[in-house]
Ligand binder design. Structure first.
Ligand code: KIV
Ligand code: NA
Length: 263
């Protein structure tokens, strides 16, 4: 059955965990969809894992459209979630809508944007015009140059309060999902309890509505530095299919992430 915003809301309400993986092409889309991955994220991480760049910032709208089209072709039931690349939505709600429409026309069912409460107006603008939004908070990789590196966010009390306020503002603005990257597990739990939309974690502990990882980390093929929250599921699998199925099963059974993957 096709995964819709309603499916995700129901899963979260019933405590059935949502599984998400990044995906950049049709063949993997078909494999992941068949293995029961609920959401395929065309992440702008493709700038790093496919293009070998050292951040996500160089990724363009044309590239996101191309990969979104590839993934949409290969998927059947999974929700297709497209990342809005750096510079494609920050300027104004109107700019965000024009570019979100391009991703939706390429086959996305929802778009993801990075940023806190200051993006709430943009979220509302998109949602009112037929574009469901996943809000990405905490460690937002497009801000690597303002953060001065990839660092856990929300460790101090004031930072944690700000991230909680971000989550509330974005959910109130109509975001369909809130994705939290590299935040303390206790904060992710509090946010998940505080807002009424599903939460997705990456380096955010177990007490969220679902998990996401970069596919190439799950398969152990990314040559870069391995983040704490990553698990190589290929290490104990006989096949790519087996590794992906093991990831889905571990998310559903809440055996991933383990304490060593959390902050
Ligand atoms: O681009 C990406 O892969 C992402 C996930 C890490 C959440 O945004
Ligand atoms: Na991304």
């Amino acid at each position: 059955m096709k995964i819709t915003v309603n499916t995700l809301q129901t899963m979260a309400a019933e405590g059935r965990k949502i599984s998400m993986l990044t995906c950049y092409d049709a063949s993997f889309a078909s494999l992941l969809d068949g293995a029961g991955v609920d959401i395929l994220l065309i992440g702008d991480s493709l700038g790093m894992v496919m293009q070998g760049r050292d951040s996500t910032l160089p990724v363009t709208m044309e590239q996101m459209e191309y990969h979104t089209r590839c993934v949409a072709q290969g998927s059947k039931n999974a929700m297709v979630l497209g990342d809005m690349p750096f510079g494609s939505y920050q300027e104004s709600p109107a700019q965000a809508f024009a570019n979100a429409a391009r991703l939706m026309q390429a086959g996305a069912h929802m778009v993801k944007i990075e940023g806190g409460a200051f993006m709430a107006e943009t979220v509302r603008f998109l949602v009112q015009r037929g574009v469901p939004v996943c809000a990405h908070i905490g460690l937002t990789p497009q801000f690597v140059n303002t953060f001065g590196g990839y660092k856990v966010q929300g460790k101090s009390e004031s930072d944690a309060e700000r991230i909680m306020a971000d989550a509330r503002a974005l959910a109130d603005a109509g975001a369909s999902m809130v994705l939290m990257e590299c935040v303390p597990a206790v904060l992710a739990k509090k946010i998940t309890e505080a807002i009424s939309v599903p939460t997705i974690g990456i380096g955010a502990g177990l007490d969220v509505s679902g998990q996401v990882l970069v596919l190439y980390d799950v398969l152990g093929v990314y040559p870069g530095k391995k983040a704490r929250f990553v698990k190589d599921f290929m290490a104990e699998a006989q096949s790519i299919q087996g590794a992906v199925s093991a990831y889905v099963a571990a998310v559903k059974a809440q055996t991933f992430p383990a304490p060593e993957h959390c902050f």
